[in-house]
Design a protein around this ligand. Structure first.
Ligand SMILES: [Zn+2]
Length: 261
């Protein structure tokens, strides 16, 4: 079966080892499962039977968009689909977004903790609106992050006001809608027109996981691994093994729903 992974990471070859080492110093039990390069990611995809993957870049400072766009252009392929990133403090974000769009990129990744903003800050609404109007979609880190314990800037309750203010916007919430905040996912995410990506699904208590599956539109789940921080093969196998959703539901997760992005 075709499998699309909407959440992976890799870095340019010359900085991959250092980037992964620096990140891994803060991720506790989550050890990197690739060497951080694109070829490492492709090897992991091959082993897991994954057809294609969105590679999510994060601009941690203003002024990184050109480098992200240039590298993305070099690595983009049938299998690797790089996403752009906008830093909220970048005064040139409109032209950065236009550049991503012109380069054929379809998504923009946000990580509020690494980028220093809260999802529902008013200054972000024009940015989200421009993404919607460009026909692109936004991927957010959602919920807890092991590097930023206690930080609520990307918690599941923050997305409702954005979805309400911008009808038609396509948003993907990583980590099953909100890492470690599964009750809040049920309360604030399920039933809204927003995509839930499955990375770290193995950590969700089974009863809550199944409540989330039944409380949300089955066409709004997407497979994501957060590779190299989550194993692709393990997460594919885990979803395949689930008894509470049928094969058609799984096919939607693995590839069909991604065509709605
Ligand atoms: Zn990630």
């Amino acid at each position: 079966m075709k499998i699309i992974d909407v959440h992976t990471h890799a870095f340019p070859d010359n900085i991959a080892a250092k980037a992964v080492r620096q990140l891994a110093a803060k991720t506790g039990p989550y050890r990197p499962l690739t060497d951080g390069t694109v070829s490492g990611l492709l090897a992991s995809m091959d082993a897991a039977g994954i057809t294609s993957a969105f590679l999510l870049n994060v601009a941690t400072r203003p002024g990184q968009a050109d480098a992200i766009k240039a590298w993305s252009g070099r690595i983009a392929s049938d299998r690797i689909i790089p996403a752009g990133s906008i830093h909220p403090d970048s005064s040139g974000w409109r032209s950065e977004l236009a550049g991503f769009k012109a380069a054929g990129m379809r998504a923009v990744k946000f990580h509020p903790m690494y980028q220093g903003f809260s999802v529902d800050e008013p200054r972000m609404l024009p940015v989200y609106e421009a993404i919607r109007d460009a026909g692109m979609f936004a991927v957010f880190h959602s919920g807890y992050d092991i590097v930023f314990p206690g930080d609520r800037r990307s918690s599941p309750d923050k997305f409702g006001p954005v979805l309400k203010a911008l009808p038609g916007i396509k948003i993907v919430l990583a980590h099953f809608g909100g890492w470690s905040d599964w009750e809040a996912v049920l309360e604030h995410v399920c039933g809204r027109d927003v995509f839930i990506e499955t990375s770290f699904i193995r950590e969700v208590p089974a009863a809550l996981r199944d409540r989330i599956f039944s409380a949300h539109d089955r066409n709004r789940f997407l497979f994501g691994s957060d590779c190299p921080w989550g194993g692709q093969a393990e997460q594919v196998r885990f979803i395949e093994s689930l008894k509470s959703i049928n094969d058609d539901f799984k096919e939607g997760i693995f590839h069909r729903n991604a065509s709605l992005l």
